[in-house]
Design a protein around this ligand. Sequence first.
Ligand SMILES: [Zn+2]
Length: 369
Amino acid sequence: MMNEEIPNLTAFDDAALDVAFVQLGEQLLAAVLDLGQDQDKVEAFRLKWLGRKQGLLKDLSGRWLQAAPAEAKKAVGQRFNGLKSTVETCLNNALGAGPSDAALAAEAIDITLPGTRRLIGAEHPITRTLNEITSVFAALGYSVGVGPEVETDFYNFESMNFPPGHPARDTQDTLVVAGQERRSQRDRLLLRTHTSPVQMRTMESQPPPVRIVIPGKVHRNDAADATHSPIFHQVEGLCVDTNITFSDLKGTLDHAMKALFGSAVKTRFFPSFFPFTEPSADVQISCIFCGGKGCRKCKNSGWIELLGCGMVDPAVFAFAAEKQPAYDPKKISGFAFGMGVERIAMMKYGISEIGQFYAGDMRFLEQFE
Ligand SMILES: [Zn+2]
């Protein structure tokens, strides 16, 4: 079928070609102006001009290009390509109907504006102190142990040699999970009051030797004041092997305190009591503020009490031996220690109010960048 819009071309000089193509251009312009947003008309336009079998351009190339003598083929081809790309551009514009200039202007980004400056975060002083303590012991070959914060009575108390009803439990005012009455005493859930349960969990999972530090969050039903918070952090340590003695405990903690507070720091050990160690000791370090001369911070004693420790009680090993028989107190021995992270951080950074750690006040936190 012939397209009536395409007349046969008889002359192929530039002037004749211009006239012929200008006529086609006018025809195209009229068709485009009629399109609007009507997608049916757009499709009809596409078929009429670009249709593969009967489109005008197909017809045009078939008749004009083929009929052109060799010397005019180039001139016809150039004009033909120009017309084809115009048709395609018109079609793309009609199909795309992209965002309006106003919409584009509204979304434009002014790249000359200064960017949004993102603040670089820093370690929280508690995290930093916790990592410092952990790394001192990591350098001594200790690995890091972690465990659940919601614990059973067994791991938090009984296996740590706090028998049910024992008055030693009263020293740790405990937050317990409600609705546990149907469970046996040792299965009742509570929020761990110390990280010691992880000592038992670790011993149950691996035979000696064990050297671990346990950093973590603990909970007690304590009223908040300048130095107490119902949630705080501890780092505990446990070392179990053959022939571990109190000398090893003293040497390890003396080294750790020097690593944390400076080589001039001295340590001394006082008898104390903890259910899970025997003998037990409180450790004091020479006052880091006055060097031991006596000041307000150390109440003029020259010493600051900082942590508790002792040799692991054979009763604790007996609980571990229920699952790992190698924890036979006749063959192995060990020591354990524990310290409060907040207390150490307060000393190191001269902080007098424990609540500052949890208040999220940027004026406080920015000082630790
Ligand atoms: Zn002092």
